[in-house]
Design a protein around this ligand. Sequence first.
Ligand code: PAF
Length: 284
Amino acid sequence: MRRVITKRELRAALVSSKGKRRVLVPTMGALHAGHAELLRRARDLAGEDGCVVVSAFLNPVQFDNAEDLKTYPQHWEDDIQLCEDCGVDVLFTPTPQEMYCADRSMVVEETKLSRGLCGAKRPGHFAGVCLVVSKLFNMVQPTDAVFGKKDIQQLAILRRMVRDLDYPITLHGVPVVREANGLAISSRNEKLSPEQRSQAPKLYAALKQGAAAYAAGKSVQETIACVSQLIEAIPGTRIDYVEMVGAENFEPLGAGLHEGQAALLAVAVWFGEVRLIDHIEVSR
Ligand code: PAF
């Protein structure tokens, strides 16, 4: 594996994979079992002959909260080892100065799918994600890119970016990886206290109960109320949102699902200072 830090080094490291399948996995470091799944998928897609590129860049532009950025988990040595173990060819770890010009003035903003859920609660977040991912797409020029479905709204927005800006790149979504107790694996889980960690699996349990209640005939409002109550009963939590949205347009469901329409029950919940998100597909 080659580890590169500058854009120039990256370009040099990519020369030998010109014309071959090149698969990018953008990350912010703090890699975990969920990322390992992304890396394995990338290796499968690239095959022996292709090239797997991982970027590990803690992107300051997508943080709406300075404290969150400051306390975001970092363990670069472990990340390098995981990339080695998963057969990554090139690991790109730029500094913020390498990534961004000090007087940058371009924005890349999606304006529909990003209106609700995390887009409403974290102003500027998805514009920051789109900016860095579009820059990475331009630098790496991958044939494919792999993202986790845990950040389901992010994936939908990036698919829209690829479609609307004509990036010739195929995006692949990898299912959420969960602990045996149901907790969605996330870098932010590392910030939970032992007590919060023992409570956090109740989030997915609440989502599963909500999905079952909806399937059994509860209305959208009743389902949201049921999930909210279950989460409010978890000690030390504060709800950021509990919503049901269409899986394609991310608009609130309102009256309910049309026949055959896919929908999501999505939550963001504060465990003390740590904000966790999760979702489940719903239907009936
Ligand atoms: O999902 C993430 O880790 C980040 O939002 C991404 C896509 C790497 C952009 O910084």
